[in-house]
Ligand binder design. Structure first.
Ligand SMILES: Nc1ncnc2c1ncn2[C@@H]1O[C@H](COP(=O)(O)OP(=O)(O)O)[C@@H](O)[C@H]1O
Ligand SMILES: [Mg+2]
Length: 372
């Protein structure tokens, strides 16, 4: 096996079962030095279990995990290192700070356990507290802290002994919206500043898109897609990923013809009317007759109040307004066409009334065709 020295964490063919249930199935991922990788997916898809296998809190039945050059678990080779023998820091959803200790002692604990000298403990603890902006509260008892401050203590505690990797399991979910955004930005800043390799778990797609260098989308114990945020958003590999990341309309139909990337898709009407005949792109390998999801992002759809001229090859769909929601800088709307709902984004003011007839157009390259 060729080992890339930039790879900090390598997970290969990881399997974890609980009784008859498969929590993680054939998980493969290499994470490079300094990278911020997020495991994203709905509740129960196996994110925490994967993270706990890296931490040593769960023992997988199959696979191999390396941290740096060290194999930390490999059942086939009878290798398993306890969590305390793995060079990792952890930040979880529950703050897990010790209330009977000061902020300083909470953070210093990990260094004391590792028998660092007292001058080293002082320097490194204060440095970690400075990084999270809590140096002025070093002497305060943890019970006297706000939720955000406790989460910062947890963060300082995880980075103080400079682990090779830091693991985050939904650390922001207990915070209110405003604090969540602030902590999110702080974690990203800190991560870049310290340059520490990070694995972050969340079910919140916007958190994943904002924070990550790469996102691993999971569903039902299986990795669906790995990519940077832009790639995952623009080029989802299947309808699950398309639906989970951002807002989208998925029109279910079948391929009627294809020419290279260009696809013709017929979407049957859901209310007995004529089917929608649309042009999209993608679905390499799909043949006429195959089922297709046509994925349409709201920002790629243009709204018209009069029938538009589409001699330039755009798709046009006639429909009726369902409703619109005012979101400050733009409107979100829903239009019903052929019994299907299509989401649109309107960035200039339009006075639309329910049931009003409108026309939607989109370029064929924006109708991403997916086969599953
Ligand atoms: N200790 C456990 N015992 C039994 N089943 C578990 C245990 N931990 C997790 N599971 C199951 O494994 C699956 C994956 O769980 P988990 O990794 O916690 O998902 P996520 O973090 O993505 O929400 C779920 O179906 C969950 O019920
Ligand atoms: Mg979880």
């Amino acid at each position: 096996m060729i080992t890339n020295p930039d790879v900090k964490v390598s997970i290969e063919h990881l399997y974890k079962h609980f009784g008859a249930e498969t929590a993680v199935k054939d998980f493969n991922l290499d994470i490079t030095q300094g990278e911020f990788v997020t495991l994203l997916g709905p509740s129960g898809c196996g994110k925490t279990t994967t993270l706990r296998c890296v931490a040593g809190l769960e023992r997988p039945e199959e696979g191999e995990i390396k941290i740096g050059s060290e194999t930390v678990v490999a059942p086939a080779k009878d290798i398993y290192l306890f969590p305390e023998h793995r060079n990792i820091g952890m930040v979880f959803q529950s703050y897990a700070v010790w209330p009977h200790m000061t902020v300083f002692d909470n953070v210093a604990y990990g260094l004391r356990v590792r028998r660092a000298s007292s001058s080293e403990i002082k320097t490194r603890t204060m440095r970690a507290l400075e990084l999270v902006g809590l140096d002025h509260l070093a002497g305060r008892f943890a019970t006297k802290l706000s939720g955000g401050q406790r989460q910062r203590v947890a963060l300082a505690r995880a980075i103080v002994y400079e682990p090779e990797v830091i693991l985050f399991d939904e650390p922001l979910s207990n915070l209110d919206a405003k604090l969540r955004e602030q902590m999110r930005d702080e974690i990203v800043r800190l991560q870049k500043e310290v340059g520490i390799t990070s694995i972050f778990v969340t079910h919140d797609q916007s958190e994943a898109l904002v924070m990550s260098d790469r996102v691993v989308v999971m569903d039902k114990a299986v990795i669906q897609q790995i990519g940077d945020p832009e790639d995952i958003y623009a080029n989802p590999v299947n309808s699950f990923v398309a639906n989970f990341i951002g807002v989208t309309s998925l029109l279910e139909g079948k391929l009627t013809a294809r020419n290279g990337e260009a696809c013709e898709v017929e979407v049957p009407s859901a209310n007995g009317g004529a089917p929608l005949q649309l042009r999209g792109a993608g679905a390499p390998g799909a043949q006429p007759g195959d089922a297709i999801f046509l994925n349409l992002r709201p920002e790629d759809v243009q709204l018209h109040l009069e029938a538009p001229d589409v001699s330039d090859g755009r798709n046009v769909i006639e429909g009726q307004v369902i409703d619109t929601i005012y979101l400050g800088s733009f409107l979100e709307g829903r239009v019903r066409a052929g019994g299907h709902e299509i989401g649109i984004q309107i960035d200039h003011y339009e006075n639309l009334s329910p049931d009003q007839t409108v026309w939607l157009t989109f370029q064929p390259e924006h109708g991403l065709c997916l086969t599953d």
